[in-house]
Design a binder for this molecule. Structure first.
Ligand code: KG4
Ligand code: ZN
Length: 370
């Protein structure tokens, strides 16, 4: 079964084609296979504004989505008529941007007489490590860290998600982005702040000293698995104001390193607490902040020390992409927990909780393994 996936929830247009693996009668079902994917990032479009401009994002998705789809089909050596299901991001995200993907998916469905499936963006992130050469196995704890969300989930299978904790204010990505802005770095701030903190590989730009500033690690030692990052941003602002015109390249790199250390320390501590609380030994990290090298380094070391293992999506699939949307649709279809719908009338869900993707509790226990 071929699933075409379309992602358009924010500032990246992504299209991908995956093949769902049909299990032999009653036999095990493997991970869906990625045949091709293509992405257009709107970073340059929004850079002058210091953040995403929703109207510009929607218009650009309209321009990009069909050429990307043609590229994906050509790269995979397939035609549109071979597609069995058209999947798209139904939410959460920017309403206008989501409507572009939903509209295109339903129009394709009507034109091709094929069914469509609306996918939860965070389920896409959460399942994205299943496209890696070494995929994780259920059950696991998932740390979902994107620009809009910071959540710890217990994942027992496809459509079996239990929220363990989440941010009570800013998301981890937002903390990176807002701190980066205070440091005078461009959008998107997360990767820019990480580059400044980590220095350059050839040593021409030294890495920052993360101990040069003492920044808060909110809720670090509390029993809760919730996060809070709003205070950190205020602490960074205080330091920036204190430095005033005295700021040098070195102090900026130090402050960037201290900020990255504070955010990643909290993410690592809460992930370990979630593993301990659930008794699970597998951690899956996904979403844009999952691309952060320092976070990966710390999580890998902490997990190895405890005989546990952390899994990540391929670096290029950490941030938004079409592959994870096609994958999530294929995994739901393979597991028999979703039915594609006839194309036609559609809606989008800009605010949408991941728990809505669960099977009813009495069915969840029988969720087929994938
Ligand atoms: O998952 P994503 O692409 O989009 C959302 O669904 O939000 O995540 C984007 C977020 C942004 O806040 C961005 O600054 C952050 O991920 N990010 C990073 C890195 N790469 C992306 N944060 C820290 N270090 C990185 N290397
Ligand atoms: Zn995302």
């Amino acid at each position: 079964m071929l699933v075409l996936g379309i992602e358009s929830s924010c500032d990246e247009t992504g299209v991908a084609l995956v093949e769902a693996v049909a299990g032999a009668a009653g036999g095990a079902v493997g991970c869906p296979r990625l045949l091709a994917d293509a992405l257009h990032s709107q970073v340059a479009l929004h850079a002058d504004y210091g953040g995403v401009v929703p109207e510009l994002a929607s218009r650009d998705h309209i321009r990009r989505v069909l050429p990307l789809m043609r590229q994906v089909l050509a790269d995979a050596g397939r035609t549109l008529t071979e597609v069995d299901v058209v999947a798209y991001t139904r939410g959460p995200g920017l309403a206008g941007a989501l409507l572009v993907g939903a509209g295109v998916a339903h129009a394709l469905g009507v034109a091709l007489d094929k069914p469509v499936l609306g996918v939860h963006h965070l389920e896409g992130h959460l399942l994205s490590p299943f496209l890696s050469a070494e995929p994780p196995q259920f059950p696991f704890v998932a740390l979902l860290v994107s620009g809009g969300h910071t959540q710890l989930m217990r994942v027992d299978g496809v459509a079996s998600y239990t929220l363990l904790g989440e941010t009570i204010d800013d998301a981890a990505g937002e903390a990176f982005d807002k701190s980066a802005k205070l440091l005078g770095l461009g959008y998107p701030g997360g990767p820019a702040l990480a580059r400044l903190a980590d220095g350059s590989a050839d040593g021409s730009r030294p890495k920052g000293d993360e101990k040069a500033f003492d920044l808060p690690r909110p809720l670090l030692h509390r029993k809760t698995l919730d996060f809070s990052f709003a205070g950190l941003k205020t602490a960074v602002l205080t330091q920036v104001n204190k430095l005033g015109t005295e700021v040098t390249d070195t102090t900026r790199a130090n402050l960037a390193a201290a900020t990255q250390a504070a955010i990643t320390d909290v993410l690592v501590a809460k992930s370990l607490a979630a593993l301990e609380q659930t008794g699970l030994g597998t951690l899956v990290v996904s979403g844009g902040v999952g691309a952060n090298a320092r976070l990966r380094q710390k999580l890998n070391a902490a997990c190895a020390e405890r005989g546990m293992k952390a899994f990540y999506p391929e670096l290029r699939l950490c941030t938004d992409n079409g592959a994870m949307i096609a994958l999530a649709a294929a995994m739901r279809l393979q597991a028999g927990v979703a039915q594609p719908q006839p194309a036609g009338a559609y809606d989008v869900l800009p605010r949408w909780g991941l728990e809505t993707q669960n099977l009813p509790p009495h069915d969840a226990a029988t969720t087929p393994a994938t």
